[in-house]
Design a protein around this ligand. Structure first.
Ligand code: XMP
Length: 507
């Protein structure tokens, strides 16, 4: 198997997932545990990957690995911070120089096993501030970008390699091939693909339920694919013991409520709570505070509802892996980007036990499970909508008036995208009320109104995203209709930032 040393990257788990997909067994370990185990490292370890991470190698307390690891004669691949660690530990030089975030063109400079069957040029995704400027002894440059010569380096004799980009990110065109080359050609492993079984997930849920005193499970449904798939899985495991509950926070799209009504006809409970949420959010402008308040209110309402249901013991949530990583709650050292409401908002002491059947899966895997459960395409490909809803798309104070305003703009935007057959093809599309004012002239009159930003992008697993190349005439139509129909909007801008560096949501 391959050992992945986690230096705290947002995408460490994704490396493991890609290897699983390619058929290579792997295990993630933190650097301290790896250091402790170095002397007794198992013979079954045929390759080691150093993940990326948010630190700089010169920082005090930067995660590091004992140099003895290079003497084990096990092939090593360093990714991003992992590459920088290799260079630093083996006598090269790392400095903070050319930052690269998002797509870059990779040019192959030298023949190597790592880049076998690669085209001369391909797109890779970056997210780094530091770079290697002097190679350690025995290494040569294997590939470069325009700005960074030392983008991929290797010592083929010792089988130690490093790449500055992230092969595990979906947007890196040849990423899977690079990982496959490392595992197959360099570590000498043979792939062994395991079938992906829904039954295993259902059995796990059933075992948890049986071992934790059974009882009823209330399920937080939102109409999105994650909570729908999670609830259906739990229904498969424990049947009618699941009670789906939809909380109308007043901050969700109307489609969400329609979807839950369609799916969970039998015993669905809808709780109207718009007033409570608006009251709790009054005058709150900090995004993390908004998230925490929404999460807390959400769970308080759930606990109250649970008390009304005889024998309720569990809470089902559609949490997926990217929620956990971004909330800084994964096992490794990854930085907190934002507390997703279903992760960061839960109280430390909760009366309900959690069932989160999807917490180890990414969005595209959840969609695959949905497909295996026989869900129709429209449900599987439904656009994700964040739990805190419009509250995190309204920069600044969340008021009833602003929620109504963004809802109207959202409808205009998405109706146009639907009309042009774009809505189903993209990952997410939404407006952001930026809170910035600018001047406009409407009907010969000066209007000092709010700027709306439009975000439309493509993604597979949420960990990376590129902006959608919407035809100009469609963008024209969007801007025209918003500025004409919504009185105090002065202008509309189109956000073309990729992730990384920019997250999908603005807050
Ligand atoms: P970001 O903005 O982190 O978004 O790139 C990644 C995905 O997660 C959604 N998102 C959230 N979902 N609670 C949620 O349930 C949140 O606090 C939250 N923040 C972002 C976002 O819409 C995208 O699909």
């Amino acid at each position: 198997m391959i050992l992945i040393v986690d230096f705290g990257s947002q995408t460490t788990h994704l490396i493991g997932r890609r290897l699983n997909y390619l058929g290579f067994e792997n295990e993630i370990i933190n650097p301290n545990d790896a250091n402790k185990k170095l002397k007794s490292i198992s013979k079954s370890i045929k390759g080691i990957i150093f993940s990326g991470g948010p630190a700089s190698v010169y920082e005090k307390n930067a995660p590091s690995i004992n140099k003895e690891i290079f003497k084990l004669n096990i092939p090593i691949l360093g990714i991003c911070y992992g590459l920088q660690s290799i260079a630093y530990l083996l006598g090269g030089k790392v400095i903070s120089k050319n930052r690269e975030y998002g797509p870059e063109k990779l040019l192959i400079k030298s023949k190597s096993f790592l880049f076998e069957s690669f085209p001369q040029q391909s797109i890779v995704w970056m997210s780094h501030g530091d770079q290697v400027v002097k190679l350690p002894f025995g290494f040569k440059i294997l590939a470069s970008t325009k700005k960074v010569k030392e983008t991929a380096i290797g010592d083929e004799k010792r089988k130690i390699y490093g790449v500055q980009f992230h092969p595990e990110i979906h947007h890196t065109e040849m990423g899977n091939l690079l990982l496959e080359n490392f595992a197959k050609k360099i570590c000498g492993l043979l792939p062994e693909k395991k079938p992906f079984l829904v039954k295993e997930i259902v059995d796990q849920i059933k075992n948890q339920w049986l071992s934790q005193n059974q009882g009823k499970a209330i399920s937080a449904v939102s109409g999105g694919v994650d909570s729908t798939v999670a609830t259906l899985l739990v229904q498969k495991a424990i049947g009618k013991n699941v009670v789906p509950i939809y909380i109308d926070t007043g901050l969700m799209r109307d489609e969400n409520e329609k979807a839950v009504k369609k799916f969970f006809k039998d015993n669905l409970k809808i709780i109207r709570a718009k007033r409570i949420f608006l009251k709790k959010l009054k005058n709150i402008t900090n995004p993390e505070k908004k998230r925490k308040i929404i999460g807390k209110t959400y769970i308080e309402i759930f606990e109250k509802e649970a008390k009304k249901i005889k024998d309720a013991k569990f809470l089902v949530q559609g949490t997926i892996y990217s929620d956990i990583v971004e909330s800084g709650q994964s096992k490794g050292n990854s930085a907190k980007i934002k507390s997703h409401h279903n992760v960061g908002g839960l109280p430390k002491k909760m009366n309900l036990k959690l069932i989160e059947p999807l917490k180890n899966y990414y969005k595209d895997e959840v969609r695959l499970i949905g497909k295996m459960l026989g869900l129709p395409k429209e449900v599987i490909n439904i656009q994700p909508f964040p739990g805190p809803g419009y509250a995190i798309r309204i920069i600044g104070k969340v008021t009833e008036k602003r929620v109504e305003k963004i809802k109207k703009i959202d409808k205009i935007l998405n109706n146009i995208l639907k009309k042009h057959d774009i809505f189903q093809k993209i990952f997410q599309s939404f407006p952001v009320l930026t809170g910035i004012k600018s001047t406009a002239v409407k009907g010969d009159e000066r209007v000092y109104g709010e700027v709306v930003a439009i975000r439309i992008y493509e993604s597979v697993d949420i960990m990376s995203a590129s902006w959608a190349k919407i035809p100009y005439h469609v963008l024209d139509e969007i801007v025209k209709e918003i500025t004409e129909k919504i009185p105090d909007i002065s202008r509309v801008v189109y956000d073309i930032s990729t992730k990384p560096p920019s997250t999908m949501e603005w807050e």
